[in-house]
Design a protein around this ligand. Structure first.
Ligand code: ZN
Ligand code: ZN
Length: 243
C-alpha cells in the first residue's frame, strides 16, 4: 500500500491492483464495490456453458459479478473503471458488455461533465437568472456552479433530475426526457436538443427541497452536450442502486 499525492492509494485485491481514494468517504458516486466471489466449492460447472471443472478445465471468477466460469466463457479482459482497477480485468461476456459501455462514459461523458458548460441559473422561486459555469468536480461528488456567486450541489443530495428538451417546459406532461435518481422513472428522450435541466436537491442542513433551473446559455452546443452527459450520469447512478 503506497500513498500518492492526489489523495489516492494503491490497494491489492485478489482481482488486481486498484487505485482508490485514501478516505473511503470520498469515493466517486459512480464507483462500485467489488463483488463477493462465489466460493470454489459451490461451483462444479461453468455458470455459462455448464462444462464440468477438473484439473484441465479450471475455474475463473468474473471480477465484476463474482460468478464462476470456464476460461472460454470468461476470457475477456476489459477495463472496469467503476471498481478503480488499474488494468483491464477478467470478465464474463455479460459483464464485458456493460463495462465497455461504462468505459465510453468515463472516456467521453465524464470529461464533458468535468469540463463544464454555461447556463442561465435560477434558484428556488427567484426570478433572477445568473449566468454560471456548471461543472462536475474532479472527484465526481459535486456540481460546482460559478458566476458572480459560487455554490455547489452534492450529487447524493439530488432527489430528482429532469432534462428538458426543445419545446418542453418544466412540469409539462409531455417532457421528452426525464430522469429521477430516486423515483423509478427513466425514459429516453428522442433526438431533440437538450436545452435545460431542473434539479431538486436538499441543501446541507435542510430537509426542504430546493429547485434549481438551468437553461443553456452562450455556447448552446457545449451546454447541450453537458446536459446529455448529465442524463447518462444520472442513469448510471440510478442503475447502480439496484445492484
Ligand atoms: Zn464456460
Ligand atoms: Zn460477470
Amino acid at each position: 500500500m503506497s500513498a500518492v499525492p492526489d489523495g489516492k492509494k494503491l490497494v491489492r485485491s485478489p482481482s488486481g491492483l486498484r487505485m482508490v481514494p485514501e478516505n473511503g468517504a470520498f469515493n466517486s458516486p459512480f464507483s462500485l464495490d467489488e463483488p463477493l466471489w462465489i466460493p470454489d466449492k459451490e461451483c462444479s460447472t461453468c455458470m455459462q456453458c455448464d462444462t464440468k471443472f477438473d484439473f484441465i478445465t479450471r475455474k475463473h471468477h468474473c471480477r465484476r459479478c463474482g460468478r464462476c466460469f470456464c476460461d472460454k466463457c470468461c476470457s475477456q479482459k476489459v477495463s472496469l473503471p467503476r471498481m478503480c482497477f488499474v488494468d483491464p480485468v477478467r470478465q464474463c461476456a455479460e459483464c464485458s458488455l456493460i463495462s465497455q459501455k461504462e468505459v465510453e462514459f468515463y472516456d467521453k461523458q465524464l470529461k464533458v461533465l468535468t469540463a463544464g458548460g454555461t447556463f442561465g441559473v435560477k434558484v428556488g422561486s427567484s426570478e433572477k437568472s445568473e449566468t454560471m459555469v456548471c461543472r462536475l468536480s474532479n472527484n465526481h461528488r459535486y456540481l460546482f456552479l460559478d458566476g458572480d456567486s459560487h455554490f455547489e450541489v452534492e450529487l447524493s443530495r439530488i432527489s430528482s433530475m429532469q432534462v428538458l428538451t426543445e419545446g418542453s417546459t418544466p412540469g409539462e406532461k409531455d417532457i421528452c426526457s426525464y430522469t429521477s435518481l430516486l423515483d423509478n422513472q427513466i425514459s429516453e428522450g428522442g433526438s431533440l436538443r437538450a436545452n435545460g435541466m431542473v434539479l431538486q436537491y436538499k441543501p446541507p442542513g435542510s430537509q426542504n427541497l430546493q429547485d434549481l433551473y438551468m437553461d443553456t446559455a452562450d455556447d448552446k452546443r457545449v451546454a447541450s452536450a453537458w446536459l446529455v452527459a448529465m442524463h447518462k450520469a444520472a442513469k448510471l447512478l440510478y442503475e447502480s442502486k439496484d445492484q
